[in-house]
Structure formats: C-alpha cells, structure tokens
Design a protein around this ligand. Sequence first.
Ligand SMILES: NC(=O)c1ccc[n+]([C@@H]2O[C@H](COP(=O)([O-])OP(=O)(O)OC[C@H]3O[C@@H](n4cnc5c(N)ncnc54)[C@H](O)[C@@H]3O)[C@@H](O)[C@H]2O)c1
Length: 261
Amino acid sequence: MARLEGKTAFITGAASGIGRATAVLFANEGARVVAADISAAGAERTVEQIGANALAVALDVASEPQWEQAMLRATHQFGKLDIVCNIAGIGRGGSIEDVELADWNAMLAVNLTGTMLGCKHGVRTIKRTGGSGAIVNVSSVGGLVGIADIAGYCASKGGVTILSKSVALHCAQRGYPIRCVSVHPTYVDTEMLDPVAAALGSRSELLARMARQVPTGRVATPNDIARTILFAASDDAAMVNGSSLIADGAQLAGPPSTHFE
Ligand SMILES: NC(=O)c1ccc[n+]([C@@H]2O[C@H](COP(=O)([O-])OP(=O)(O)OC[C@H]3O[C@@H](n4cnc5c(N)ncnc54)[C@H](O)[C@@H]3O)[C@@H](O)[C@H]2O)c1
C-alpha cells in the first residue's frame, strides 16, 4: 500500500530541487499534494508533472498573511491537512567578518521565520481539520555544526533544529497527533549550488570537491533527501519525534580520516 494514502501534504519550496522531488514522491505514495513556492510558475510545473490531486499555490513563506491564504486554499481544495514540509530555503555566503546584513536578514526571514510560520499555521490547520501526521523541517548539516564561511546560513538552520524540537514537545504534551522532525542533508545537487558552481566555473569540479568532504563519496540527489523526508512524514516514523534525521553520507560522523602510514 502507498505510504501516504489518504493524506494531504503541503510542501514549500516545491518549484525546485528537494521540494519538487518531495512533491512528486509524495504524490506517487498516494498523497494529495499542495505545491507551494514563491515561484508560482515553478509550482505549476511541479503540479503538471504530478497530474491529478495536486494544487499549486504561490507563497512567500516569510509572509504570515500569505500563509493564512495558502492554508485556506489548501483546505478548501482538499478538506483536511496532515503533513507540512518546510523545504523552501535560500543560501548566501559570508563569514562572521564579512556577512552582509541584508543577506543575514534574508536568510533568517526565509529559512527560520518561514519555517516557524509553516509550523504555526500547519499545526493550527492540521488540528482544525482533524488531520494527523507530521511537520518536517529541512535544516542542514549546517544546522548541527558551524561552517566558517556560511555563518548566517548556519544560524538560520540551527534555529530550525531547535524550533522543531519545541514544536514536537508542544504537540506531544497537548496530545495532538502531530510529530515534528528536522532533516539535515549534506550537499545536494540542486539549483541552490548554481551560484557557487558559476563562481568556480565548473559544476562537475564543484561536485567533485564536495564529494571529497562526504565519506560516502558523493553528494546527495534531491531524491535521496525526498525519501528521507517521506520516512519522516509517514507512519513508519511514528515514534520519531523531535529528532534530527541526518542524511549526510557520514559527513558528521567524525573528523576527516587521518591515516598516518
Ligand atoms: N542543496 C543543498 O546542498 C542543501 C543542503 C542542505 C540543506 N538544503 C536545504 O534544502 C532546502 C531546499 O533547497 P534546494 O537545494 O532544493 O534548493 P533550490 O534552490 O533548488 O530550491 C529552493 C526553493 O525554495 C523556493 N523559495 C526561495 N525563497 C522562497 C520564499 N521566500 N518563499 C517560498 N519559496 C521560496 C525557491 O523558489 C526554490 O523553488 C533548503 O531549505 C536548503 O537550505 C540544501
């Protein structure tokens, strides 16, 4: 049986990369899918790829009025909500000495405030409509450890890690049938890497350099992460709550190998 049969899932960042892969995978697993993104055209393309039982919604995750509207559209279309995946995100570089305040503010607005609003309106809507399921927040390995040259990104993703635990406790303590889990990918081959690849002048060289930092020997695909999110959102993970699911090819398992001959 499909793992999300009878469920309705609201997925942000669904126009690209991990979000699009998750929307398509969830639909294949029987879910009705709301594909939300700041790119309305991109969300529409995802819905075209899915076919029936999917709705595209234009949403800037940093805007609370837009979340309220998006939740109303989703429940008007599908009746109830069970799952929210907060996947929309942006990445801007900068160490603590050179991070631009505008970049810092943008990352906190999209990555952290956007996820908080998705949790807030997701919990309220799942409760109101009698759904049951999970909120899955995409953080990063950079939400568990510091990375010197992306200080603001790590701060925003670290916030997502701890926010998720607070949401899980809130729902559990009140007896709501809603879990909350954060997912922590290593490098993933998506459009998010485009500016870095352009700066380096070669995408394959970038991917090769990144793969050398991942003990498993390759960067992740969007589908690798979508399958982790599917596990977190499905009843297979019924006792996985408030947890940080690390999909990092052992990148954080220990220090880089030091093998002295
Ligand atoms: N690619 C990686 O290496 C990597 C690694 C770890 C974590 N992540 C995280 O995974 C998530 C998905 O990233 P991706 O790699 O698929 O990137 P991506 O750039 O392919 O997709 C990000 C999506 O978010 C959307 N978006 C951006 N700002 C938005 C806003 N304000 N409101 C709504 N939608 C908005 C974009 O339009 C895009 O469709 C992000 O949260 C990212 O931080 C990515």
